[in-house]
Ligand binder design. Structure first.
Ligand code: SF4
Length: 332
């Protein structure tokens, strides 16, 4: 447990938390909506500081990040707590449950990543599994140490965070995968108890800071997969973040409180075709391997990264396609 950042003390022992757009105000003995920030005697504490609920060495592609050091590994860590309440949460045991926790320290994690580096091609640390911004103080401390050690920091997030905390941490963050769960406020309100606008603002700010960004959208049948909504999402990504921003459409499977049929493959394929009119790199996740997960040069169509039984990067030189010279948004 550690005293939280981004809060103010109010009269009568209440606190106002300014970490995320929920802007919770609550009295002594109570938690905010995320359930991991507690008011104890008028002081706000991060109750998950130093407690990891998930830990493991993952391929960076699993985050998913396809254009950031492909083929490398990242030491992934996550803690309990989330500020959204998605009915379809794919990670609810950690986000909202009471998963077993292990004690961790920022230095311990950085040292562990360094040790793994002796055996594997480890790019850095990924803060993932649930919502890293609900573990803000710990992630911030670890990011700073990791940066000093030359490790990359990756945040896999729902993007529902306020401007000031985001700006404070961004100089230490190298890459983000941001979930845009749908492109309507109605969906965010009904299905996730959040809102879309702050998420889009997070993506814009991260881009301004030069952070590598990839976007993921889980397509859920009948809820966020209409052609019209996909067109609007794709147009926004292209115009605001750039047409070379990688977009991952992921296949939904029943989980947590939502029990509808998995996304039909045709819907994923149709969405990808729509997106490829405006974006250079569009991937389909949760479908297995195949060309949906490979990277092609938007200029000449050469295969640049093959992801099948291992990751092979080829035909990539000086940031460009070795065949046609097209500039590629790929950090390798
Ligand atoms: S971080 Fe938690 S306590 Fe703070 S405003 Fe968001 S939901 Fe509320």
């Amino acid at each position: 447990m550690k005293e939280a950042l981004w809060y103010e003390k109010l009269p009568e022992g209440k606190v106002h938390c300014g970490l995320c757009p929920h802007d919770c105000t609550f009295g002594q003995g109570l938690n905010g909506k995320c359930r991991v920030r507690k008011n104890i005697d008028g002081v706000l504490y991060s109750t998950n500081y130093g407690k990891a609920g998930g830990y493991g060495l993952d391929p960076v592609e699993k985050k998913p990040l396809y254009h950031f050091h492909p083929g490398t590994y990242v030491l992934s860590v996550g803690a309990r707590g989330c500020n959204l309440k998605c009915r379809f949460c794919q990670n609810w045991e950690l986000a909202h449950g009471d998963q077993d926790e292990m004690e961790v320290t920022p230095l311990g994690l950085v040292n562990a990543a360094e040790r793994y580096r002796s055996f594997y091609d480890v790019a850095g640390l990924a803060y993932t599994y649930s919502e890293p911004f609900m573990w803000y103080e710990f992630v911030y401390d670890t990011c700073r140490l990791a940066k000093e050690s030359g490790l990359k920091n990756i945040i896999v997030t729902n993007g529902f965070v306020k401007e000031e905390p985001l700006k404070e941490i961004l100089p230490c963050v190298d890459a983000m995968n941001i979930d845009i769960k749908a492109f309507t406020e109605e969906f965010y309100e009904k299905m996730a108890h959040g809102s879309l606008k702050p998420v889009l603002e997070t993506a814009e700010r991260a881009k301004e800071y030069g952070c590598h960004i990839e976007i993921t959208t889980l397509l859920i049948p009948g809820l966020n997969d209409s052609p019209d909504e996909i067109e609007k999402l794709v147009e926004w990504v292209s115009l605001t973040l750039g047409r070379d921003t990688p977009l991952h459409f992921s296949r939904y499977f029943p989980s947590y409180k939502l029990e509808i049929e998995p996304t039909p493959v045709e819907v994923l394929e149709r969405s990808r075709e729509t997106a490829l009119r405006e974006l250079d790199y569009v991937y389909l996740g949760n479908l297995g391997t195949g060309d949906y997960v490979n990277t092609f040069c938007p200029g000449c169509g050469s295969k640049i990264v093959e992801r099948s039984r291992g990751i092979k990067v080829r035909g990539f030189k000086g940031g460009r396609c070795a065949n046609c010279g097209h500039k590629l948004n790929l950090i390798a």
